[in-house]
Design a protein around this ligand. Sequence first.
Ligand SMILES: C[S@@+](CC[C@H](N)C(=O)[O-])C[C@H]1O[C@@H](n2cnc3c(N)ncnc32)[C@H](O)[C@@H]1O
Length: 250
Amino acid sequence: MALAGHEFLASLGKTRLRPGGKEATDFLLQNAEISADTKVLEVACNRGQSMMEIASRFGCSVVGVDKFDYLVKEARENIENLGLTESCSVELADAQDLPFKDECFDVVVNEAMLTILSRSKREAVLQEYFRVLKPGGYLLTHDVMLLEDDEKLRKSLGKTIKLGVHPETFENWMSYFEGAGFSVQNYKPGEMTLISPKGLLKDEGALNAAKIVRNGMKAENREYFLSMKNFFMANKDKLRYIAVVSRKLK
Ligand SMILES: C[S@@+](CC[C@H](N)C(=O)[O-])C[C@H]1O[C@@H](n2cnc3c(N)ncnc32)[C@H](O)[C@@H]1O
C-alpha cells in the first residue's frame, strides 16, 4: 500500500511533518505559558520529535500518544537515545479515547492531525481534549486551512498525499473549537512550508534539506515527491497553515 504523504516524507528523512513547520509550532508554544511545572500531552506525537523539543526547551514533562504501534516504538527509542526518559513517555492510543483522567493536563498539543480526521471524528476528538484539560488549560493546534471553501481542491489534496483530508476555511476551523467549548485566544495563518525550499531549509537545516531532496529525487521516489511539490506550488495561493491557541476557560 502506498505511504500517506507525511510518512513518505518521513521515509525521505523529514522530521517536521506539519504544514507550517517550526514557525507555526513556535507561535503555539510562545502563547501557552509553559514552564517546568506544566503537564503537556502531545497527541499524534509520531516519532516523538516535537515532544522531545518541548521537554528539552521548557524542562517540563510531556506524554505523547499516537495511534500506530510502530510509531510509538520508534518514539520510545528516540526518547531513550536522547536520554529523556525522565521527562517524556509515550502511549499507544487513539485521540478519540485517551487513557487519561479528566482534567489532568495543562496543555494539549495536536499538530497536523485534525485535518486528516473526518468531521464527526474531529468533533469527538475535540471533546476528548476538553475533557483531559484542566480548567484554564491550552489546546494548541496546527492544521491546513483553505482560503476559500473548495471541495475539488480538498479532494485533489487527498489524492496527492494519498490520505483522506478535510482542511477547512478559517470560519469553519474556529467553529470547531468554539463548538467544543474552547475559547480561541490567538491564531496565526501562514504559507504552507511542508515541502517548499524555504520550509525545508528552515525546518530541517541545510544538510538534512539536501538529503531529503536527494532521496526524493531517487528513481523510486521521484514521481510521488514531485507530485507533492508541484501540487503545493500550484496551490500556494489557495492553501495556508493555521496555528490556533484555544483555551478551556471553565
Ligand atoms: C501528519 S502526521 C503529524 C505528526 C506530528 N504531529 C508532526 O506535526 O510532525 C499525523 C500523525 O497523526 C497520527 N494520528 C492520526 N490519527 C490519529 C488518531 N486518531 N489518534 C492518534 N494519532 C493519530 C498519525 O499516526 C501521525 O503520526
